[in-house]
Design a protein around this ligand. Structure first.
Ligand code: AMP
Length: 184
């Protein structure tokens, strides 16, 4: 059973790697950013609530994303494994996830941290050209990452082994390393 939590700053390559690995292993790729962008496109109540935060590079309130993840992890296709990409993003969310996985009787998840230097992140994000990839919003997302999400590195290191991967390599090299680490 493969269950993986991907940590790492915006632009580290979490989405690309999570998608590739989930396809290879035929397990669910759960990206909270993708779910929110879809909700926004469809202008669902969730999308409408999330829009202002996303446009500014702020985090959507914990409660909203937690409900989304709880619903997603309760769907049958996640029974054969999953990769979480972009969740948790705060210590609150991590505590929530820990309790949720206990309730769902899902254990043995691995936590991967993709490391990439800041100047490379900014260059990559500017190239990507997503709506929330303007320079100002990118800077805010990196600040939010540092203050809200980076503490998860300590949170998980104190609980289990954190698998650190150098994300400043070609996508194929990163995938190769992840394959080896996660399968081990
Ligand atoms: P991402 O695609 O992961 O970069 O997420 C895009 C945006 O969606 C973020 O900048 C946040 O506004 C929002 N978002 C995604 N995941 C979360 C989360 N776990 N907690 C709060 N906001 C999130």
């Amino acid at each position: 059973m493969t269950r993986v939590i991907f940590l790492g700053p915006p632009g580290a390559g979490k989405g690309t790697q999570a998608k590739t690995l989930a396809d290879n292993w035929n397990i669910a790729h759960i990206s909270t950013g993708d779910i929110l962008r879809q909700a926004l496109k469809e202008q669902t109540p969730l999308g409408v609530k999330a829009q202002g935060y996303m446009d500014k590079g702020e985090l959507v309130p914990d409660q909203l994303v937690q409900e989304m993840v709880q619903e997603r992890l309760s769907q049958p296709d996640t029974q054969s494994g999953w990769i979480l990409d972009g969740f948790p993003r705060t210590v609150n969310q991590a505590v929530f996830l820990e309790e949720l996985l206990q309730k769902l009787n899902q254990h043995g998840e691995k936590v991967v941290n993709l490391e990439v230097p800041d100047e490379i992140l900014i260059a990559r994000l500017l190239q990507r050209g997503r709506k929330d990839d303007t320079e100002e919003v990118i800077r805010r997302r990196l600040e939010v990452y540092r203050s809200e999400t980076a503490p998860l590195i300590d949170f998980y290191s104190s609980r289990q082994t954190l698998l650190n991967v150098n994300g400043d390599q070609s996508p194929e090299e990163v995938t190769g390393e992840l394959h080896k680490l996660i399968a081990a």
